[in-house]
Design a protein around this ligand. Sequence first.
Ligand SMILES: [Zn+2]
Length: 324
Amino acid sequence: MLSHKTFSHFPSKTHSTLHDLSLQLYTAQQQQWPMLADGVAALQNVQTRSVDCGTFTVRMQYNPKRVVSTGAKVDAASIKERKCFLCVGNLPEEQQGVLYRDRYLVLCNPMPIFREHFTISHIDHIPQSIEEQILVFLALAKDLSPAYSLFYNGPKCGASAPDHMHFQASPAGGIPVEQELPSHLVYASAIGGVSVSTLKQYGRSVIILEGSNVQEMELMFLRLTSAMRRTMKANEEPMMNVIGSYTEGRWKLIVFVRSKHRPNVFFHEGEKKVMISPAAVDVGGLIVTPMEKDFRTTDSTMIASIFREVSVPGETIQRIIESI
Ligand SMILES: [Zn+2]
């Protein structure tokens, strides 16, 4: 089954880069797989608008095709009942991927938010958890650079398949935080060769790790998640979204520290319901909604309120950093 689903391998005999292989896959799959071709065509017509939130800007995207993902039932019972859509045996007939180091498949997302949008899923049905996979995350970020950034949604704060390990990739710089970060960055400390920073006046709670040595980055990330576990009194993986990139020999991990998945307005009935379900891309500053009403009416006050509600308080970030 896996060989039937393998479009190409990385590393490859031709020494092609992972981003070249992924782009070749994207082009070929649009010819072979009508659902992807439709998704890509629909993306060309999506409406976007910018919302000035004072110290930062948010881009809204009205994308009706995302209704499945935004509205996904991710409670344990619903997940158990449905057929896992990331398991190799359940992938659509036409879908193929780049087999990454024999462990992950780089797949085209048929309901894209970005010009190219990949889901990178483990070949086995193992639960979504970044701590055991952080070395893969760092390797992927490097292998996908400079064309793409990589992101991760925790099982309880944005992953629509919390039971199947996966990452996603998007064009580098396509998530607003990637561009806005330098003007909000506040250096906190450095341990070994890894710097720890936060973002000021950004409306969300964020910790950033930057460094050039993979082992040091792995160690620091695990120290960070331990500190989050202690501070947030979490038994399971602390709630987080992570955006990772690799430029000029350095990794950057942008960690959004979350207190909850969906805001209260998501659960309202009728006109009062706001169909915004924040994951990495949304807290990263590109809010995707499948509803035209929410696209038109969501203003800076609503955005600030949603961000505040789903992020841990600023003092928790300080306590985490002190505890690393
Ligand atoms: Zn699965």
